[in-house]
Design a protein around this ligand. Structure first.
Ligand code: PEP
Ligand code: MG
Length: 570
């Protein structure tokens, strides 16, 4: 189970309930009565739609924010293309409705499974969920509507869980969830976070090792699963669980507060997102805006680039959910390939045609994205566009020229668009970091991308586990580089944010605040913890800490200093 991951933090103890997904063995039935089979299909789809509507109602009461998953399910059930293909198969191959539907739905599942974007990959389990329901009706069976309601504290364990399974659970008893499949963007993960139920996903091989009724200690704070724990282990976990619950209660108080230190220094905490849907729940976890919307995922989801309309809709979804939003133009290349662009194979993709370099080559794609952004933001107060992988002033100048061309064309066409644009750049290439004082004269904001900056600064591939000793965010070389970038921005009066993963780490967030960063953008689940901690500290002390850290000789020293600081101040 070495790839298991925490999907939702917490500790839960209960009896194992192993949920087996009963798929259907669909016989290859033929028909002589095509009309009847089509009627049967229509009827099964209607019954399934009615079920989902009911589940949605129940889910709305239970989960509040995640019921829109079931709107997507309803759309899938009634998808005209899926129905058309099934009907065609019934007609052309004289197949029974269940056989045809099974085949067509499987093709859809395969398509989703093979998508690169993990979010879409995991939608395959939604279609499987729908397929099982429709098939049950077609085969004259009753679809499973409920995982047996337990009467004692239960840890639900399954290979995979579909949304309608989790939505109908009785959460008075289900205290935790473990799945063998699924990443942290699977629905189990999304729902478990929304419900605040501890969950671990990707625990391959667990089901083999347990039987229903075993006691399971699910430690989703330390990514650990204990089967039939000893009393001493239970006592320890129960104590940790109690502390954790108290801790969560104290965090909730900070959801609606702006982030500031004890002595009133404000530092907004933004969220990083990879798709438009993620923006919808951000306010509930205390985000004060979006500091990085990685738009390339929108371009990785389909067999061709998203058209103008699709892009406008996605950007508007985000704008309507939260403000302000920093939208990064596509950062394709490196480890993010897009087959339809047919990019040349490169010896060193991370040093290749990536980010702004690619956008300036693929002008049509870049222009469509800019056009979509300008139109989508027409009713917003401002529009913040950020360019990735910038190394030179020339790249900024070229990007601005393209932006102006797009604006001119929109004006000519008398299209409404947002003219109040702030154009910023990511600082993630060492050349940009070194030349930050000059670059700052040409843009409206900086956002430091430490995920890349660290790899380029230390020449250590961010995906190579064997180089993790070099990929060291506490290294004073990195921290003084960041400090210099902040100074450069401030000299030109432009804000400097940071959106690399290090912003999510409490200790580093404190150091960065002391260094003068204007905004931190991070994984949404880290926001409240950092907000709470900052509220108990003074900016003057954090600045003193940061100055001491800049003089440290190595990462070990930096860690010692921050530990000492926390011991003294928290
Ligand atoms: C970064 O490099 O820090 C960053 C935020 O961008 P990405 O991780 O998408 O490369
Ligand atoms: Mg980057």
């Amino acid at each position: 189970m070495k790839n298991k991951q925490i999907a939702s933090k917490g500790i839960a103890i209960g009896k194992a309930f192993i949920y087996q997904d009963e798929g259907f063995d669909v016989p290859k039935n033929k028909t002589k009565d095509v009309k009847k089979e089509k009627e049967k299909l229509k009827d099964a789809l209607k019954k399934s739609s009615d079920d989902i509507k009911k589940i949605k109602e129940k889910s709305e009461a239970n989960l509040k924010q995640n019921a829109d998953i079931f709107d997507a399910h309803l759309e899938m059930i009634n998808d005209p293309e899926l129905i058309k293909q099934t009907e065609a198969m019934i007609e052309n191959e004289t197949l029974a409705a269940e056989t045809a539907y099974d085949k067509v739905a499987d093709q859809y599942i395969e398509i989703f499974k093979n998508m690169d974007d993990p979010y879409f990959k995991e939608r395959a389990s939604d279609i499987k969920d729908i397929k099982n329901r429709v098939l049950a009706y077609l085969l004259g069976k009753t679809p499973k509507t409920n995982i047996k309601t337990a009467q004692e504290d239960t840890i639900l364990i399954a290979k995979d869980l579909a949304p309608s399974d989790t939505a109908t659970l009785d959460f008075d008893y289900v205290k935790g969830m473990i799945t063998e499949m699924g990443g942290t963007t699977s629905h189990t993960a999304i729902m478990s976070r929304a419900l605040n139920i501890p969950a671990i996903v990707g625990a391959k091989g667990l089901i083999e090792k347990i039987k229903s009724g075993d006691t399971i200690a699910l430690d989703a704070l330390n990514n650990n699963i204990i089967i039939n724990p000893k009393q001493t282990e239970l006592d320890k976990l129960k104590a940790q669980q109690k502390d954790w619950q108290t801790h969560l209660k104290t965090l909730n108080k900070y959801i609606d507060n702006p982030t500031k230190t004890k002595d009133d220094h404000q530092i907004p905490l933004f969220a990083n997102i990879g798709n438009a849907e993620e923006a919808k729940n951000l306010k509930d976890v205390g985000a004060e805006g979006v500091g990085l919307f990685r738009t390339e995922f929108l371009f990785m989801q389909s067999a061709e680039a998203p058209d103008l309309k699709t892009q406008i809709k996605a950007y508007q979804t985000v704008f309507e959910a939260i403000q302000p939003v920093i939208i990064r133009t596509v950062d394709i290349g490196g480890d993010k390939d897009i087959p339809y662009l047919k990019l040349d194979k490169e010896e060193n993709p991370f040093l290749g045609v990536r980010g702004i370099r690619l956008a300036l080559q693929e002008k049509k794609l870049f222009k469509t994205q800019l056009k979509a952004l300008l139109i989508a933001a027409k009713d917003q107060d401002d529009l913040r566009i950020m360019l990735p992988m910038v190394a030179t002033i020339n790249e900024i100048k070229k990007s601005k020229a393209i932006l102006n061309e797009v604006k001119k064309a929109l004006k000519k066409d008398k299209k409404a668009f947002q003219d109040n644009i702030k154009l910023g750049i990511m600082i993630e290439v060492p050349a940009a970091a070194l030349n930050a004082f000059e670059l700052a004269k040409h843009v409206d904001f900086f956002s430091i991308g430490t995920n890349d900056l660290i790899q380029y600064l230390f020449a250590a591939d961010r995906t190579n586990e064997n180089l993790s000793h070099l990929y060291e965010p506490y290294d004073p070389t990195l921290l003084s580089t960041i400090s210099r970038i902040i100074q450069a921005g401030h000299q030109e009066d432009i804000p400097v944010g940071l959106c690399g993963e290090i912003a999510s780490k409490l200790d580093l967030a404190l150091i960065l605040t002391g260094l003068g960063i204007d905004e931190l953008s991070m994984s949404p689940t880290s926001i409240l913890e950092i907000r709470k901690t900052l509220a108990s500290l003074n900016i003057t002390d954090l600045r003193t800490l940061a100055q001491a850290i800049l003089k440290a000789k190595d990462a070990k020293d930096v860690k010692k200093l921050i530990k000492q600081f926390k011991d003294d101040n928290l």
